[in-house]
Write a protein that binds this ligand. Structure first.
Ligand SMILES: Nc1nc2c(ncn2[C@@H]2O[C@H](COP(=O)(O)OP(=O)(O)OP(=O)(O)O)[C@@H](O)[C@H]2O)c(=O)[nH]1
Ligand SMILES: [Mg+2]
Length: 295
């Protein structure tokens, strides 16, 4: 059965159209662990505004890989910076960049009559938009939590120095939805408990593709064989199922939770110089259904 984009995401698209005429700058917030796969590139380009890319959750991503991503975006002529959205000092550079973009006029551009400049934060669900706004504002102004779909209403948040930020719900387009399973790995689309087996298998495959096998303890020792690795992991963690068998379902869930919270160290799933995550695309309809189910 074909379903549509969830209601609050449709509403976010409408709000972008509604507020765009009064917006001066767009902050494109992407996940540093998957900068391209979480980027709404075509969508933001179509809006035709000055934009700045911020790589959120860079505290969870590989530092070298983040440098390579920043170099790639700079090469494309994009202003960009890596941030930990939860940390006020980490977002200072971004704050500077936003001010520069908002208050510097391009050659031939007329200054707007209003003093205040307005900034729209655009990104996929759960990437850290509300957390970033709170750090930029220096106070808890927007509700944030670790699940997609937290922001449902639209609000302007005032910053000192004539800036206003718009907190929007997360946006997903069909190109990103098609990447279903890998977006669940970074918690953009909520995974179901019954999904964790296929998610952890995808995680192992991606880590193998990206040469990051060492990240998962025991994976190389299991010859990068997923089934063997999961069973060994369950045994090591003392996850026991009925009949004294290793509880491999619990192991799969544990691996996903641990990965998402940085428990295996800093890992980037998508390489700046060799992007292969498109290989993990799902069919359009099943991906849309997954996003819809939880919202
Ligand atoms: N480690 C880490 N966690 C972050 C970062 N930014 C946000 N988070 C966490 O990610 C979760 C989601 O943050 P939100 O700010 O609610 O994300 P959002 O993009 O507003 O989400 P929606 O409104 O649901 O689209 C929260 O648990 C945050 O604490 C970051 O840079 N690093
Ligand atoms: Mg939010």
């Amino acid at each position: 059965m074909k379903r549509e984009i969830p209601g609050h995401i449709r509403k976010a698209f409408k709000s972008v159209d509604q507020y765009l005429p009064v917006v001066d700058v767009i902050v494109e917030l992407v996940d540093a662990r998957m900068p391209n796969g979480s980027r709404l590139k075509d969508f933001v380009k179509r809006l035709g505004k000055t934009s700045v890319i911020a790589l959120a959750k860079s505290d969870l991503a590989d530092e070298g890989e983040t440098r390579r991503w920043l170099a790639r975006f700079k090469n494309e002529g994009q202003a960009c910076v890596a941030v930990d959205c939860r940390n006020r000092s980490s977002v200072r550079n971004l704050s500077e960049m936003i001010r520069n973009a908002a208050f510097t006029l391009k050659p031939g551009q007329k200054a707007p009559l209003r003093k205040v400049r307005r900034v729209m934060i655009i990104g996929v669900p759960n990437v850290g938009k509300s957390t970033l706004i709170n750090s930029l504002a220096g106070r808890s102004a927007a509700r944030a939590a670790n699940m997609p779909g937290v922001t449902r209403s639209i609000q302007w948040i005032k910053l000192p120095g004539e800036l206003e930020l718009l907190d929007l719900p997360g946006i997903l387009d069909f190109a990103l939805l098609r990447r279903g399973d890998i977006l669940k790995l970074i918690n953009t689309i909520p995974g179901r408990d019954t999904d964790t087996w296929s998610q952890s298998k995808t995680l192992c495959e991606i880590l193998t593709f990206s040469g990051n096998q060492r990240v998962l303890p025991g994976y190389i020792e299991a010859d990068c064989n997923f089934e063997r690795f999961i069973a060994d992991y369950a045994r090591r963690m003392n996850f026991v199922a009925r009949g004294n068998e290793p509880d491999i379902e619990r192991a799969a869930t544990d691996i996903i939770k641990r990965f998402q919270s940085g428990g295996f160290g800093r890992v980037t799933l998508e390489q700046a110089e060799h992007d292969f995550t498109g290989l993990f695309a799902e069919t359009h309809d099943s991906a849309v259904e997954n996003a819809d189910d939880e919202n």
